[in-house]
Ligand binder design. Structure first.
Ligand SMILES: C[S@@+](CC[C@H](N)C(=O)[O-])C[C@H]1O[C@@H](n2cnc3c(N)ncnc32)[C@H](O)[C@@H]1O
Length: 220
């Protein structure tokens, strides 16, 4: 298992519900040192990793590592319309609400991601919605993001994914080509199915990094 390098002085961020690391990879490319947390073992996760329940570990890890920021992408089955195809959304725990509450209580800069449906019922704010076509990817993968305790986000030009005929349809989500199209070549097909494209979080992370830098200058 990869351990945190104590000599690495980049700002540390903890990515809760990290999966195989799509979101983490983008934040890493933006300049963060990453520690991932997931309840499942994640042998493909490319950074330092801790296995366990995210909300149980959160206070302990924040106390121990004093991260500059926290990120979270709780499972979305309770919100997804596609969950209804296979069963009921009520059979899945709502991890999004307690994650938002825990991050708000911390007071650290945070970003929480979920499916657009999570904003339709006001469980979270869609401070921005990102689409793969905004980053030149051949997938839609619409995802919404709520940010807390930091500001400054450049909105991207509107996307026209409904016109784009080259996109890989969601029905191919279990295939290798889908994970690759997200930019998640190191993942299993299943990891890719759940992943946030690294391009999204690299874009967000670069702006958070600029905010943190400006904040430090202001505090000096
Ligand atoms: C949407 S996926 C995360 C995708 C990941 N952020 C990425 O970009 O590749 C949600 C993850 O939450 C994990 N998970 C579910 N319940 C959890 C819990 N209580 N504590 C920690 N991780 C949990 C799942 O194992 C899964 O890997």
């Amino acid at each position: 298992m990869i351990q945190l390098d104590p000599h690495d002085d980049r700002p540390l961020a903890i990515d809760f519900f990290c999966g195989e690391g799509g979101a983490s990879m983008g934040y890493h490319r933006a300049g963060f040192r990453m520690l991932g947390v997931d309840k499942e073992p994640q042998p493909r996760y490319p950074f330092a990793f801790r296995q366990g329940d995210a909300l149980t570990l959160l206070p302990e890890l924040v106390e121990q590592y004093r991260p500059a920021a926290v990120f979270g992408s709780p499972t979305c089955q309770t919100k997804c319309r596609v969950t209804e195809w296979r069963g009921s959304r009520d059979n899945h725990p709502d991890l999004l609400t307690p994650t938002l509450e825990a991050f708000e209580a911390l007071g650290l800069p945070y970003v929480v991601e979920n499916v657009p449906e999570a904003a339709w019922d006001d469980t979270m704010r869609a401070d921005y919605l990102l689409c793969g076509t905004q980053f030149g990817l051949n997938v839609k993968r619409h995802r919404v993001f709520q940010q807390g305790f930091w500001s400054g986000f450049d909105l991207l030009p509107p996307h026209r994914c409904h016109r784009n005929k080259k996109l890989i349809p969601f029905e191919h989500k279990d295939e290798r080509a889908f994970a690759d199209a997200l930019g998640c070549e190191w993942m299993t097909n299943l990891g890719g199915r759940q992943a946030i494209p690294p391009a999204y979080t690299e874009h967000i992370g670069r702006q958070l990094m600029a905010y943190l830098g400006a904040d430090q200058v202001a505090a000096a």
